[in-house]
Write a protein that binds this ligand. Structure first.
Ligand code: NDP
Length: 294
């Protein structure tokens, strides 16, 4: 039986930037923590902090009922875990490696076939945020009871958010959140490139940009969600026909200011398509429907 006390043992496989932060938080919280990494030298700082180093992945896996994995890709997770299937049987694997919903479901099926409890996770934090307020980790898996059992241990890493029994859901939420972030980060990159094209320091412009993005986020996100869920896209705020006519100003200005235009060009295509399909009076929420393949 897995213990669920505040000092239950835990194993961490993968001690990159994130895996090391996870292991460090577990040690700090008082968990007997066994660590393993392909490049053994990375165990050093954690061993100094109190971790038990394992010479092999097999030894690491058999040290704890709860095995946390955090590698670069799910391909490497599969390659690492497959030979350890027998040793993992009856234990719980929490995979915090970034991946797709389909990858998570595949790993869950593989685990189920070998008697391994599988929980997928998505870390909404950078390593420096682990075990600090504001960080959280999304979890999903067929066995919610296993999650509940290990939740006190997982809570040492970050707030825990259970998102459902489909193992792919944590990755779906994770990638959906990151999609919003990447869109914003790329927009910020283009905005800085544009303002700096006239020698205006990015730091002088940054407060304006921050306030603008925050204000637009509050306008676009909840309103867009309501429009999508009610399928009511007509707007009296900022319709797609107007945006389509204004949009060439962006790419024209980028070109005039000596910048590349290719990041924003696909957005013009999307706006053109929206208007050509008769959605000119709608707001941005319509775009989510136009991004579907069907
Ligand atoms: P790092 O590049 O710092 O570490 C990667 C880790 O994966 C190392 O421990 C590496 O071992 C191990 N690894 C890679 N391939 C293999 C393999 N074939 N077999 C065994 N071990 C392997 O990455 P991070 O720690 O930053 O990221 C790890 C995961 O966490 C990724 O999926 C990432 O997307 C996710 N994540 C990271 C965040 C971040 O801000 N860093 C934020 C949220 C999620 P070795 O040391 O031997 O190379």
């Amino acid at each position: 039986m897995p213990s669920n006390g505040s000092t239950s043992p835990v194993t961490v496989l993968g001690l990159g930037l994130m895996g090391s932060a996870l292991a460090s938080a577990l040690i700090e919280a008082g968990h007997p923590t066994t660590v393993w990494n392909r490049t053994a030298s990375k165990t050093g700082p954690l061993v100094a902090q109190g971790a038990a180093p394992a010479d092999t992945a097999r030894a690491a896996v058999t040290a704890s009922d709860l095995v946390i994995v955090c590698l670069t890709t799910n391909d490497s997770v599969r390659t690492l875990l497959e030979p350890e299937a027998e040793a993992l049987a009856g234990r719980t694997v929490v995979n915090l490696t970034n991946g797709t919903p389909a990858q998570a479901r595949e790993l869950a099926s593989w685990a189920a076939a070998h008697g391994i409890t599988y929980i997928d996770g998505g870390i909404m934090a950078v390593p420096q945020m682990i075990a600090t307020p504001g960080a959280y980790i999304l979890y999903s898996g067929t066995d919610e009871t296993a999650f509940t059992t290990h939740r006190p241990t997982l809570a040492a890493l970050a707030d825990t958010k259970w998102v459902g029994k489909d193992p792919g859901l944590a990755a779906l939420y994770d990638l959906s959140l990151l999609t919003g972030m990447y869109g914003m980060a790329m927009g910020v990159a283009q905005a800085f490139a544009l303002i700096r094209s006239e020698g205006i320091p990015a730091q002088e412009f940054a407060p304006l940009l921050t306030d603008w993005i925050v204000a637009m986020t509050h306008g676009i996100v909840p309103g867009g969600a309501e429009a999508l869920d009610t399928d009511q896209h007509l707007t009296d705020v900022s319709n797609l026909a107007m945006n389509r006519e204004a949009f060439p100003n962006f790419t024209a200005a980028f070109a005039e200011q000596g910048l590349r235009t290719d990041l924003f060009e696909p957005l013009q295509d999307l706006l053109d398509r929206a208007v050509e399909q008769g959605h000119g009076a709608d707001g941005f929420s319509r775009m989510s429907l136009l991004l579907r393949k069907d």
